[in-house]
Design a protein around this ligand. Structure first.
Ligand code: NI
Length: 205
């Protein structure tokens, strides 16, 4: 008889009630890229599910990495096709940016995203009404690590630990190896402070 498959360890955030637990969501923007593949085993080791806001162009370049993110059980959101400021586009152009990215994500992962992170956090009432009419929601962040700017793992960890509160959403970028290097410290530091990692959709449930 073949050995039964090893049960997968449950992610820490599974079944957690965020109205009672200290929940926090890690989010990664602008991938997937090769450094995303370095990040996945770190998240797996710590049983953490994160949320990845992917660029359609990056998914088209690395569909296998997008598929690996989905296979590990992370949530995937839409970060548009080409990273424009949505506030500067017409309604039709906004829809096209989101549709093209969603098509790439769906092709790679089998799932169409409904969470959207507008590039630069640039949104207004019109952008939000376009999203609403599409059945999509905008997800910004409450903790900005500025990882893309300083590219310093210690600073990323310090910023994440200093400003995280229950229900918080931490912004990082998996396209920078220095950000990936910070992830282990962010996770262990916040777990020591009693936080449970969940995906963004779990926060709002
Ligand atoms: Ni971005």
């Amino acid at each position: 008889m073949p050995a039964p498959p090893k049960p997968k360890p449950k992610p820490d955030g599974d079944g957690v009630d965020c109205s009672k637990a200290k929940c926090i969501a890690l989010t990664f923007d602008d991938g997937p890229v090769p450094s995303t593949s370095t990040l996945l085993p770190i998240l797996r080791k710590h049983h953490v599910h994160a949320t990845f806001f992917m660029l359609g162009n990056s998914v088209a370049a690395h569909p296998d990495i997008a598929a690996a993110v989905a296979k590990d059980g992370h949530a995937i959101g839409n970060h548009t096709m080409t990273h424009p400021q949505l506030t500067k586009l017409s309604n039709d152009e906004i829809a096209s940016e989101l549709d093209r990215a969603a098509a790439q994500i769906e092709k790679a992962t089998g799932k169409r995203p409904t969470l959207v992170r507008p590039p630069y956090g640039a949104q207004n009432a019109r952008v939000l009404s376009v999203l609403r009419s599409r059945g999509e929601s905008s997800i910004l962040w409450s903790v900005d690590t500025l990882d893309w700017k300083h590219r310093n793992p210690a600073t990323t960890i310090k910023r994440a630990l200093a400003s995280s509160k229950p229900g918080g959403i931490i912004l990082m970028h998996d396209i920078h190896p220095t950000s990936v290097q910070a992830v282990e410290g962010v996770i262990t530091g916040l777990k020591e402070r009693g936080f449970t990692f969940v995906t963004v959709d779990q926060l709002h449930r």
